[in-house]
Design a binder for this molecule. Structure first.
Ligand code: 87F
Length: 533
């Protein structure tokens, strides 16, 4: 019996194991963050017991781990690098998904679903592309107790899964363009330090895979998609990004060229790739024989693109906007935009206050604002304030006896703490206006902080100094692969090497005779450099 239980317990989460035979296994994930252990523990906890143990400035890594858990976005799981996405995070994902999905449908992209499992033959068909990534591929080798005859891979991306069928489905020019997208999970067995949303072993994304008759059509789409990614970051997540092109070293090796939106995390001084839109050229078409007969009856090869953004978007949002009270959610993506909290006082008209809260929610909801009241009776108003601040709700509305008497409510902004008394007559328009202001302010503040980190350098010494100061470095570059390799080699250390982030499409003027910061050769462009995630 004991043996049976033991072998069974290998497949079960610790919760179940604990509730079985007295469970000698430990609870919680292997990498469960030790909120109290190690490092400097700053007491920012309030009397409510709801605060964070770490400040964003003093211990960013621990702050982040704590904020995603206490803000109820993530629960740690007992497999390292895998996380539970709780409804609070999932609704943010859904809000940006709704925007993007509608936009790509307007571009005539169709959704589809290909299997999660990949046979080794298919996975390795395109050898060059898979070579560098091979260590990250996860394999299923067993069913029950028996070994599979052929192991099966879990998709890390779906080029090799989808393109054999593109070859089958595309025959003539009338079959083009073929534009497919799938919303799915992918698995990459990363070994470097897993971080919720930012680097996890399973994550959610959309992957778009399109095929065209001409390069021009492909080029156009690459930029259309990139613009949608910019809008997700800037208009929804309130995060400034730079659109640009990746260097030869940093591009997707299987493609022709890679464009990306790049964000920056001021606290760590690291760049972070926000999303990518690749032109694959005809590389995969050659490999997978994706040919079509053109209008002249000649056989030609398709031009392909692929593009993706992932749940990493949510992590960047937390890192950029979060503060020492917890998450700060931009109104456009927040599951809840307004939380209404009753503030009863001694023998004041408690029922009247509760009714006013319910009425406020009804009015806001009718106007399309995502609002709820926290009418729980076993928590104090102060506890509720802290709780919803931790969860990052953009606007709090308090209703107490004085507000009731004056036919008003008190609104408190999460982003800057500003308090405004709003007459109930103007409730909807004022709340709408405040939510727009919050959205704009989050972007403005984030942009100001990002811009303050940009350092224009001309020489290697200036570059090294700026790197040490966690700057986002803009430098004139000769665009030679060997030079970038050299920059990596010369900067490698425990913080990770510096690399090119992107060559921005918006180029400052490059005066005649400007030299490359690293090689001294003639510079051909301005490129962003830095450490990155
Ligand atoms: C990990 C393991 C195996 C990234 C990997 O960016 C393969 C890969 O091909 C791999 N990690 N990549 C590159 C993904 C390229 C491309 N795929 C479609 C995208 C956008 C969506």
């Amino acid at each position: 019996m004991e043996n049976k239980l033991k072998s069974k317990s290998n497949h079960l989460p610790p919760f179940f194991v604990e509730h079985m035979a007295g469970g000698e296994q430990k609870k919680g994930g292997g990498e469960q963050k030790k909120a109290g252990g190690g490092g400097k523990k700053k007491e920012v906890k309030k009397e409510t017991g709801l605060g964070l143990s770490f400040t964003k400035d003093e211990n960013f890594g621990e702050w982040y781990s704590e904020v995603v858990v206490n803000g109820e976005m993530i629960e740690y799981y007992d497999i390292s690098g895998c996380y539970i996405l709780r409804p609070w995070a999932m609704s943010i994902w859904e809000n940006i998904q709704t925007f993007f999905d509608a936009k790509i449908k307007k571009m005539k992209v169709k959704n589809c679903y290909f299997p999660l499992f990949v046979s080794p033959g298919v996975l390795q068909k395109e050898k060059d592309h898979i070579e560098g990534f091979a260590p990250e591929v996860a394999w299923v080798t067993k069913s029950g107790e028996s070994d599979l005859e052929v192991p099966i891979a879990l998709r890390p991306t779906s080029e090799t899964v989808m393109y054999p069928y593109y070859s089958k489905w595309i025959r003539g020019h009338r079959d083009l363009p073929l534009k497919l997208n799938q919303w799915c999970n992918v698995v990459r067995w990363e070994f470097s330090n897993p971080t919720p949303f930012i680097r996890s072993r399973e994550f959610l994304w959309q992957e778009g895979h399109t095929a065209f008759a001409t390069k021009e059509e492909a080029d156009t789409e690459v930029l259309q998609i990139l613009e949608l990614y910019r809008r997700i970051y800037e208009e929804f997540l309130a995060i400034p990004v730079t659109k640009g092109r990746k260097s030869e070293l940093e591009k997707f090796a299987g493609g022709l060229y890679t464009t990306s939106v790049e964000a920056f995390i001021p606290n760590t001084g690291r760049g972070i790739q926000g999303a990518t839109s690749h032109c694959l050229g005809q590389n995969f078409a050659k490999m997978f024989e994706i040919n079509f007969e053109n209008e002249k009856g000649e056989k030609s090869m398709v031009w392909q693109n692929s593009w993706a953004y992932s749940t990493r978007t949510i992590g960047v949002m937390v890192m950029v906007h979060g503060d020492n009270k917890g998450l700060v959610l931009p109104p456009k993506v927040a599951a809840l935009q307004v939380i209404v909290i009753p503030v009863p006082y001694k023998d004041a008209d408690t029922q009247g206050i509760f009714d006013a809260c319910a009425a406020t929610v009804a009015i806001l909801s009718d106007a399309g604002i995502r609002a709820e009241a926290d009418l729980r009776e076993n928590y104090s108003p102060g506890w509720k304030y802290s709780n919803w601040e931790m969860k990052g709700v953009p606007l709090r509305i308090e209703i107490g006896p004085r507000d009731l008497a004056n036919n008003q409510v008190r609104a408190v902004r999460r982003d800057n703490g500003e308090k405004t008394d709003i007459s109930r007559v103007f409730l909807v328009e004022q709340v709408k206006g405040m939510l727009e202001k919050i959205q704009q302010n989050l972007f403005d503040v984030a942009k100001q902080k990002r811009d303050a980190c940009i350092e224009v350098v001309k020489t290697w010494d200036e570059f090294i100094k700026a790197l040490g100061q966690k700057k986002l470095i803009l430098a004139p570059w000769c665009d030679e692969e060997e030079v970038e390799k050299d920059v990596k080699a010369r900067t490698k250390g425990e913080m990770g090497a510096a690399k090119s982030l992107c060559t921005p499409f918006e180029q400052p003027e490059l005066p005649e005779g400007t030299k490359c910061f690293a090689s001294g050769k003639p510079a051909t462009k301005w490129t962003y450099w830095g450490r990155s995630y």
